[in-house]
Design a protein around this ligand. Sequence first.
Ligand code: HEM
Length: 393
Amino acid sequence: SRRRLFGYAGAAGLGGVAGVVAGRASAANGEAPVAQDVVGRTHSPYGEQQAGIFTPKTMTGELVAFDLAPDTDRAALGRLLRAWTGDIVALMTGRPPAGDFAPDMAQAAVSLTVLVGFGPRVFELEGLAGRRPAGFQDIPPMAHDRLQDRWSGGDLLAWVSADDATSVAHAVRRLSTDAAPFASVRWRQRGFWRPLDQTGAPVTGRNLFGQVDGSANPTGDLLRETVLSTDDWLAGGTQLVVRRIEMNLDTWDEATRSRQEASVGRDLPEGAPLSGGVEHDDVDLAATVDGSPVIALDAHARVSHPSQNSGRRMLRRGLNYTAEEWTDAGLVETSGLIFSAFQANIADQFIPVQRSLDQLDALNEWTTAIGSAVFAIPPGFSEGGWIGEGLLA
Ligand code: HEM
């Protein structure tokens, strides 16, 4: 588990001097302990799955989607994936990748992972037409969507996660530079999360509505069954949906607290079901009070619940975002969620749940999907192997 440093050395090394002061003050008052600094992990690049699916969520991340150049064929894509694999092994272990112009920036213990995926057009390349995984498809248009091209689609994905934004920026630059002869950047989405409490212990974390988000994610065998494909070259890999979902914080703030809680079916302080219990308990959809359901019929947690969707599940791993842009009306600020969901089969799992939410979800009042993309995520690799080898070799 995460290494927690409560001593001065850790804080001094990572610039957490304010934390030292806070930590001492609160300890003297007998309050909850405050971590003075938390050092990240160094994940192994090798394994049955790529890192970045089941590894713990990190403080920051950037998803970068690329369009393949017209002359990038199957063989060229294989060359890029071999180069990227070398970069990823080096970056994750804190060594400079080959040819890095900023070799001093490589750093271990920042929980860095890079997850690579293929967009639908890869399966239109010569020699790959028959290899599109079952159920791997774009999300059909939904009534509440306001999709923009600039946040949608993509032939290749590199999703860099880390507990340090400098390391993310360095990794993205390295990967984009190596990709340049083969592919150009289509979109970049930067996000953040707070997966730790004040003592450094892992927590689910909150989206920008203030909701605890991720509580009902499957765990254990159910998680693996939900996420991992058994299909041909994708076996041990998964399918990923990325949706950029704008959240209207102004109108959300106008809603009463009880209405905010009712719209999901969980409370705001802990993420506990309104039907009772604590955060990770399941919502009791049968519970009633005075003959009315405790969890409203349009509550997000009811409409998306596996029991209402023939047992369909997914692993959600979203990141918060804020963005500023100049428009005719001046500088506009927006906020939202880079919603992402892993499942073995997009058509069987994600799409039916998304359709129900599009029709019934109370949250639709405040949320609008403005981007949508899908990626087939190849399985992990071992030493000497490379990402996507099973498809491209
Ligand atoms: C549960 C928020 C979009 C699927 C939840 C919960 C919150 C939440 C607060 C309850 C806590 C938890 O279990 O994580 C949001 C927000 C969204 C959003 C703010 C948009 C900005 C979506 C989308 C989908 C989805 C697009 C899938 C199409 C689910 C599922 C659950 C869930 C499957 C768990 C239900 C259960 O088993 O109880 N979401 N969500 N959500 N959400 Fe969302």
